[in-house]
Design a protein around this ligand. Sequence first.
Ligand SMILES: NC(=O)C1=CN([C@@H]2O[C@H](COP(=O)(O)OP(=O)(O)OC[C@H]3O[C@@H](n4cnc5c(N)ncnc54)[C@H](OP(=O)(O)O)[C@@H]3O)[C@@H](O)[C@H]2O)[C@@H](O)CC1
Ligand SMILES: Nc1ncnc2c1ncn2[C@@H]1O[C@H](COP(=O)(O)OP(=O)(O)O)[C@@H](O)[C@H]1O
Length: 296
Amino acid sequence: MSDSDRPRPLPSLAVASHKGDAGRVTLLAGSAGDGGRAMPGSAVLATRAALRGGAGLVSTITLDDRVWAAIAAAAPEALPVDVEGGAGTVERVAYELERRADDRARAVGPGLGRGQVVRPLVEAFLHGGDGPLVVDADGLNAFAGRPQDLRRGRGALVITPHPGEAARLLDARVGDSEDARIDAARRLADSTCSVCVLKGHRTVVVDGDGVWINSTGNPGLASGGTGDVLTGLLTAFLAQVGEAFSVGDAVRAAVWVHGRAADLAVESTGVRALLASDVVDRLGAAERELDAGRGA
Ligand SMILES: NC(=O)C1=CN([C@@H]2O[C@H](COP(=O)(O)OP(=O)(O)OC[C@H]3O[C@@H](n4cnc5c(N)ncnc54)[C@H](OP(=O)(O)O)[C@@H]3O)[C@@H](O)[C@H]2O)[C@@H](O)CC1
Ligand SMILES: Nc1ncnc2c1ncn2[C@@H]1O[C@H](COP(=O)(O)OP(=O)(O)O)[C@@H](O)[C@H]1O
């Protein structure tokens, strides 16, 4: 695949679809419930992006009342699932995952902080289901220097490090050149048996099909929260994986749409003023452009 390739569009929904057909997804973001700093914004942005990505039902597990309240206020279409933090958090989260056996995709990581509980929380997601799973941000930091521990027994894994997170995983700086970025993404994809999305200008995606370089996006994306948007969108697209739409297809589509939404947004905001929320608001328009590829 060359870097100018536009990703394959998502399958269209049948006219008689119901919300179950569009896919149920579960996210864990915003706090690890360990008394650390809560980051409600990361959970709100990921949740709103998953909704804009077309997931039929978005459940966001929250381990802090402030995160629950922020989602309830900012994303009334979502289902925030209040789970008590503190001792026993991991078991309670594992129980919530077990109850959601019909999830089509899941994500864990944004805004969880650097506490000790983060790694077992991610492990509950790694081993608690067989649908595609996205691990991002602090979910990756919890495996610093040990990327191989992210391997799953069953179910596809997608990891979405920015270069700082990739460097922590690999315990080695990631160079700025395209070759160095491709090499780092390849090493991470190999050691974790995942599809690796190495973010930044010209995001690199490595999967079994090879290397794909994204052509959309602009420096306005270099601002807080835009990675959380990608995580939510990607999870929603992974819920659409089927016979004619692979995990790699979903990843490339999400990365392309995310960047394209930012390109559309800066037409009115300008690059400097771009906010992650503006990207969420343009996801629909960018998805329509991708859909145009199948004449939808
Ligand atoms: N609204 C919210 O709630 C938000 C919540 N958020 C949550 O905050 C948590 C911390 O996440 P974070 O990404 O801000 O911090 P961190 O992981 O320390 O990474 C920065 C380090 O990496 C390095 N680095 C090198 N290259 C880089 C690159 N291209 N892009 C980025 N970084 C690059 C960089 O090195 P530098 O170049 O600055 O020396 C620096 O040392 C996490 O849970 C996240 O989900 C955020 O999403 C924001 C909005
Ligand atoms: N200069 C750039 N050009 C294109 N895309 C960019 C640029 N800088 C950042 N991005 C994109 O913005 C997002 C930033 O994600 P991340 O670093 O995880 O931010 P955050 O942690 O604040 O959410 C990624 O999707 C990345 O590819």
